[in-house]
Design a binder for this molecule. Structure first.
Ligand SMILES: *[C@@H]1O[C@H](CO)[C@@H](O)[C@H](O)[C@H]1NC(C)=O
Ligand SMILES: *[C@@H]1O[C@H](CO)[C@@H](O)[C@H](O)[C@H]1NC(C)=O
Length: 172
């Protein structure tokens, strides 16, 4: 029940975040690679816990609509020390603008050894191996302090009323 209440609180908080205001792109240096360009967004989104600035991302392929990313957004207090193995505790508010521009650490996990492809392909289909290869660089920073959300939202259609939210929980 307590867990459930915490989950509801997280959800309410997320909805508040997604419904936040104002829109503009900063003239920050662009980071261009892999068919996409990222710049720091000059939009500041206000949440109940503090303000966030994310990343605006456009794609070379103009068929793909621009998105805004809010990376490494804390949704609970770090589950460290006395909070270890306890139900999630509300995150403390922060002052100023939090730069939501990089992924937070992922939770500690053991990644399958995929160094010898011949060996690996005896155990799994190629599709899974390719997925694991893509995921590997994102799993290098591991920590118990891992309760962070990465939020992706369409940029052009972003208005308080119609912002879609997809929650993706990954297990590898
Ligand atoms: C990879 O595994 C295969 C099959 O078990 C083995 O024959 C080969 O020597 C291994 N390659 C390396 C570089 O360890
Ligand atoms: C891991 O953390 C280091 C140091 O904070 C950072 O430079 C690097 O970009 C991070 N890597 C990923 C994949 O998040």
């Amino acid at each position: 029940m307590k867990m459930c209440q915490s989950a509801m609180a997280v959800l309410c908080w997320l909805v508040t975040l997604i419904m936040a205001t104002a829109l503009a792109i900063g003239d920050w240096p662009a980071n261009q690679e892999g068919g996409k360009t990222q710049v720091s967004s000059s939009r500041v989104v206000n949440t109940r816990k503090g303000s966030l600035r994310g990343l605006y991302q456009a794609f070379d392929d103009k068929q793909l609509a621009a998105v805004e990313l809010f990376l490494g957004v804390p949704y609970a207090s770090p589950p460290l020390g006395s909070l270890r193995f306890m139900p999630p505790v509300t995150v403390s508010p922060w002052r100023g603008i939090r730069q939501a521009d990089r992924y937070g650490p992922v939770c500690p996990q053991k990644f399958p050894d995929i160094t010898n492809e011949t060996e690996v392909l005896k155990r799994m289909p190629r599709g899974r191996l390719e997925t694991l290869k893509k995921l590997a660089p994102m799993l290098t920073n591991q920590s118990e302090d891992c309760l962070y959300l990465n939020i992706f939202t369409p940029y052009s259609t972003y208005t308080p009323e119609n912002s879609p939210l997809i929650v993706k929980l990954s297990k590898i």
